[in-house]
Design a protein. Structure first.
Length: 504
């Protein structure tokens, strides 16, 4: 036993901690079949405050210590806990454990009711405070991915690690295609303590993990996209156009189809023959397009590339290929580490627009159920999901679910995402968040009542998380596996298999 219930109310049960025990923030306790979680604690004493101050004063000022009679009885720590789950009825608890009930710590056996779902993604183990219980926690990948995942955390708390763990689980499964915009080039392959890590080293990576970069290592794919693949609505997502400029974009597109960009850039502003487009409108369009696509026109009127992605001659199939890979349930990592933010958003917008229209078509023709679900991992999500933004990512957040397309949104600033969208991100894997404004935004949009969890979320250490999801029966505290350990374990297994093979 670790303590005893001595009062409180439904959402705030007061527990007196047994002396010698050390209950921590986030600890899971059990009383009367009810799983409780500690969210706060304070000192309690049977002595008057003045007496305590006097005793302490005597001691500190060198007048000798006063022996407190039955110290363990008189002074104690009072723990506040909230009911999480009724372990017997497997539902949200509706009654209080009986008064004076003695509590014990939760043990792995208490969680035998947690089942391994279909299309399971393993995330880590149940966590009681900072102690790890040997109970694996899975989520149903198909369900969770299409209903969007939010990963909010302060920097360095393990967001990327978590995404790597999720992706590692998905390699070779084929039921989900995931596009990863990798702004730090940290997912595919990296070195740490003399070892190689990354999704490239998954046993089934070959053919299932696809990597694109503007500076591809030998054997990998080049991230080059032909300007003929760009459409007016792609550019609109990253460039602000006046109504007149927008009209002109569409006029050119209608007239010249895939050659519309070349047509705009090589038209002479003085002698332009497209109806109603004014020379100054054309001139601004030319300027904006050149900047956005990092291309230019030389004196001979030829378009040339200034940047590394958009090409006049190459990359005609890149977007199509990437969409095909996703549709085959593969993981496609785009190294966007050397690209500007706008280029990154333009590319990902082009791909997701294409996926969205393909999947809309599948829904109409009744083929959607046979297709893998699609997800896109986006770091610093507020830049696409923030207030007043209008782009394909917002559309996916709002209605992607109908077409089995979801987002994995990573952010340090949840408060910058409008509430309506936050509420739509139906699974939140909450890691440590230092800023109280961020915790507030997360808590107020969570699937479960986390109103008491503020201190717990603030105190989450690296890899410690709370999963709050419409697909979990309660907000599950977990410890996420270290990606590198996961890879090491896989290597060990492989070695063992190989040595078995040798002995046979
Ligand atoms: N579950 C975990 N177990 C052990 N170590 C972890 C865990 N999660 C993260 N780490 C370690 O903590 C460090 C930071 O993790 P990570 O890069 O995932 O954080 P982040 O939230 O993505 O940070 P940033 O905001 O800089 O992108 C890394 O060195 C990583 O290996
Ligand atoms: Mg990161």
């Amino acid at each position: 036993m670790v303590g005893q219930i001595i009062g409180g109310s439904y959402g705030e049960i007061w527990i007196r901690q047994k002396s010698g025990e050390r209950i921590e923030l986030g600890d899971l306790l059990v009383a009367d079949d009810i799983l409780l979680q500690v969210f706060d604690m304070e000192y309690g004493s049977l002595l008057e405050h003045d007496d305590l101050a006097r005793i302490s004063g005597m001691q500190l000022e060198g007048y000798g210590t006063t022996e407190i009679h039955e110290k363990d009885v008189r002074n104690y720590i009072m723990v506040k806990a909230k009911p999480l789950f009724n372990l017997k009825t497997k539902s949200i608890p509706k009654h209080l454990p009986s008064f004076f009930q003695v509590l014990r710590r939760a043990s792995p056996q208490d969680f035998e009711f947690l089942e391994k779902p279909d299309n399971a993604i393993y995330l880590g183990k149940i966590r009681s405070g900072s102690k790890i219980l040997d109970v694996p926690v899975y989520i149903n990948g198909r369900e969770v991915l299409t209903h969007h995942i939010l990963i909010p955390a302060t920097t360095g708390r393990g967001k990327s690690n978590l995404v790597k763990v999720i992706l590692w689980n998905l390699v070779g499964k084929g039921y989900a295609g995931v596009l990863v915009l990798d702004a730090h080039n940290e997912y595919y392959s990296y070195r740490r303590s003399g070892e190689n890590y990354g999704l490239k080293y998954h046993p089934q990576a070959k053919g299932n993990v696809i990597y694109y970069s503007v500076t591809p290592p030998p054997g990998e794919r080049s991230l080059r996209i032909n300007i003929k693949n760009v459409r007016p609505w792609h550019l609109k997502e990253i460039v602000e156009f006046s109504p007149a400029q927008e009209d002109a974009l569409y006029l050119f597109y209608k007239e010249y189809e895939e050659h519309w960009i070349e047509a705009i850039l090589t038209s002479d502003a003085e002698s332009i023959d497209i109806r109603g487009v004014r020379p100054d409108t054309l001139a601004s369009l030319q300027r904006k397009i050149k900047v956005a696509l990092e291309i230019d026109v030389n004196k001979k009127g030829e378009i040339f590339e200034r940047g590394r992605v958009f090409s006049v001659t190459e990359g005609m199939r890149t977007v199509k290929d990437i969409c095909d890979f996703l549709e085959e349930g593969k993981i496609v990592i785009l190294d966007t580490s050397s690209l500007s933010q706008n280029i990154e958003l333009l590319i990902s917008g082009m791909i997701m627009n294409e996926i969205f229209s393909r999947y809309k078509g599948y829904k109409e023709s009744g083929k959607l159920e046979d297709k893998p679900v699609i997800s896109v991992v986006i770091e610093e999500a507020p830049r696409v999901l923030g207030e007043g933004k209008s782009n394909i990512f917002g559309t996916i957040a709002r209605e992607g679910r109908k077409f089995h397309i979801g987002i994995i949104a990573i952010t340090q600033l949840s408060s910058m995402i409008p509430r309506e969208i936050l509420a739509n991100l139906n699974t939140k894997i909450i890691l440590g968040n230092e800023m109280s404004s961020e915790r507030k935004a997360i808590i107020s949009s969570a699937a479960q009542d986390l109103s008491k969890d503020d201190k717990m979320i603030a105190s989450l250490d690296k890899g410690e998380a709370i999963i709050s999801s419409i697909f979990t029966k309660f907000a599950i505290p977990i410890h996420i596996d270290s990606f590198e350990e996961l890879v090491d374990k896989e290597r060990e297994r492989k070695k063992e298999r190989n040595s078995l093979f040798l002995f046979q």
